[in-house]
Ligand binder design. Structure first.
Ligand code: ADP
Ligand code: AMP
Length: 215
């Protein structure tokens, strides 16, 4: 069983690498960002609440996010392990996750940090397009879809995320530095942190992660 956390600044390539790693190790994906986007599309009470924060580039409150992850971990099947993507993002969430895993008697295998400079991120997020239906991720220059504006996987329309507009991106980076970055030290002290250079091409980043996990 392989249980991974994938961390990194917004736009570092977490979702892109998660998609490849899930396929390779047959892991169950738990992405809090995807869960919130699904809830927003449904206009559910959680979606309506999350929208207020996400559009501004703010984090959804810890208690809401912790409850979601706790439910998913308790209910979802992960026969080969899981990949948590976009969670935890604060120290409070990391402590809550430790407790959830302890209660389930599950251990983390590794925490992968995809490391990218800020100026690269701004270009990536300005060009990011996501499928309005299945959530697959593209980039207008680095990973274009075969047919412009149309998802290769399901044929639905590609859209730009509201929180990828520049003002929101800068706020997300500020929040990352303040709230999420300290978690790298938290996991380093636990001996779980693996760092990869996220500025390499996607396939190289993936291979480096697999190599490090194999060590
Ligand atoms: P995150 O999940 O960390 O926010 P994504 O995986 O959505 O980031 O990637 C952000 C954008 O950068 C997407 O448009 C994606 O296609 C692109 N991207 C991801 N990894 C790379 C890479 N190694 N090189 C170039 N572009 C990348
Ligand atoms: P992501 O797709 O991971 O970039 O997440 C998109 C947005 O969803 C974030 O900018 C936050 O507003 C919200 N979100 C996702 N995960 C979390 C989390 N762990 N804690 C709080 N907010 C989150």
């Amino acid at each position: 069983m392989i249980n991974l956390l994938i961390m990194g600044k917004p736009g570092a390539g977490k979702g892109t690498q998660a998609a490849r790693l899930l396929d390779y190790y047959k892991l169950t994906h738990i992405s809090t960002g995807d869960i919130y986007r699904e809830e927003m599309a449904k206009d559910s009470p959680i979606g309506i609440l999350a929208k207020k924060y996400i559009g501004q580039g703010e984090l959804v409150p810890d208690n809401v996010t912790n409850d979601i992850v706790r439910n998913v971990l308790n209910q979802k099947d992960y026969p080969n392990g899981f990949m948590l993507d976009g969670y935890p993002r604060t120290k409070t969430q990391a402590i809550a996750l430790d407790k959830m895993l302890e209660d389930l008697n599950i251990h983390l295998t590794a925490v992968i940090n995809v490391d990218v400079e800020d100026k690269v991120l701004l270009v990536r997020m300005a060009g990011r397009r996501v499928c309005s239906n299945c959530g697959a991720t593209y980039h207008i220059d680095f990973h274009p879809s075969a047919k412009e504006g149309i998802c290769d996987v399901c044929g639905s329309k590609l859209i730009q995320r509201e929180d990828d507009l520049e003002e929101s991106v800068l706020n997300r980076l500020r929040i990352y530095n303040e709230k999420t970055k300290p978690l790298l030290d938290y996991y380093k002290k636990k001996g779980l942190l693996l760092i990869v250079n996220g500025e390499d091409p996607t396939a190289t980043v993936f291979q480096n992660i697999v190599n490090k996990l194999g060590e």
